[in-house]
Design a protein around this ligand. Sequence first.
Ligand SMILES: Cc1cc2nc3c(=O)[nH]c(=O)nc-3n(C[C@H](O)[C@H](O)[C@H](O)COP(=O)(O)OP(=O)(O)OC[C@H]3O[C@@H](n4cnc5c(N)ncnc54)[C@H](O)[C@@H]3O)c2cc1C
Length: 382
Amino acid sequence: MFNIIKTMDDNLSQDQPPKRVVVCGGGIIGVCTAYFLAKKGAAVTLIERSSIAGGASGKAGAFLALHMCDGGPLSSLARASFGLHCSLAEELDVSRSYSFRPLTTLTISVGESELPSKNPILPLWVDGRVKPGEVIGTAENTAQIHPQVFTRAVLAKAVTEYGVEVVTAVVEGVEVKEEGVVVKVDGGGVIGGDAVVLALGPWTSKLLGLSSKFKVHGKKVHSVVMEPKDGDAITPNAIFGAYYPAQGMGRIESNLYARPNGEVYICGALVEAEIPDAPESVTPDPESIETLKRVAGIVSSYLAKDNVRVKSEEVGLMPCTDDELPIMGEVPGMKRCYVASGHGYWGILFGPASGVAMAELVLDGHASIVDLDCFSPARFVK
Ligand SMILES: Cc1cc2nc3c(=O)[nH]c(=O)nc-3n(C[C@H](O)[C@H](O)[C@H](O)COP(=O)(O)OP(=O)(O)OC[C@H]3O[C@@H](n4cnc5c(N)ncnc54)[C@H](O)[C@@H]3O)c2cc1C
């Protein structure tokens, strides 16, 4: 019924480490997993239905923090991954205007009723109706990357140095057989391997049969990228804003990240959303975009409507789980079928260490970089 477009390695015993691994999904999690699998010697095929980092992984603010997950189960993942981001910055071919950059991070409250404040913790470009909060990160423990540039640079290295093969196709199902795994793609094709990693972001549990084992849901987050006329005035800061609209609509989270090329990125609150069939069908809501632009103009005169060129208005679907922990491990009842998804608010930070952990799990049988036990999909089995 399906055309075989790749054959599996013959007679690979279940005790031997996998040699050929299929990674489904070209977001940061799939790409980092493919990279570290191939670096450890596996022959890797990565399947992406549209463009690499075309989903949340290309639309994120890409703020990174060493310490903000401390005290909980995500702490070691965050710390390991922050370190890997630092070292990858040296290894990847990314221009300085998009590369890893340390930041000072602070909180503010924003509101039409606030008076412009001249507090020394505020960068000069944050000159609007804001009340300063506190410094919550320094250049030692907070940083940023450009998520799409980073993800594509990791894949470029994976392809050129480690031979990862990229296939553009829609994954429609996975079959686990005695002799390996079979990934069914659109057009009736199949791609075989010894193991498969499903890193389809919010779409992961939409694959036939998987939603009975674990659930990944989607939260929409809107973002705007602005290019101020005076980009030189924008210093390396991440600003976590709580916006209180005049009409008493409660509190709206709005985070602003200055980027190294003088641009400013702003994103808003997380809103639970339906997961459409195709990632391209996730479209921005004009009102949410207008709110972000208004907040930017209240925070900074440099970001007022007449002082910026709007470069992009987007929405991304964040892959989330009910217990707010990623899902990483072998799918219960499906030998050599692994999942890596549900990374929520911190997926860009967690990308590299998740990639290493998944590569170790698939090829060595256990992850040494972080303990994956608390992320296992087995936690959802009743
Ligand atoms: C606006 C916004 C701001 C964020 N800010 C930050 C931040 O500052 N710091 C941080 O650490 N994280 C941040 N995040 C979170 C982070 O972006 C995500 O957790 C992360 O990108 C998830 O990566 P992923 O690879 O799991 O999923 P995705 O990026 O969604 O990738 C999944 C891929 O799978 C593909 N796919 C889906 N179905 C199929 C199929 N059937 N066949 C083939 N391919 C398929 C999709 O096309 C997509 O490319 C933010 C997210 C958003 C939306």
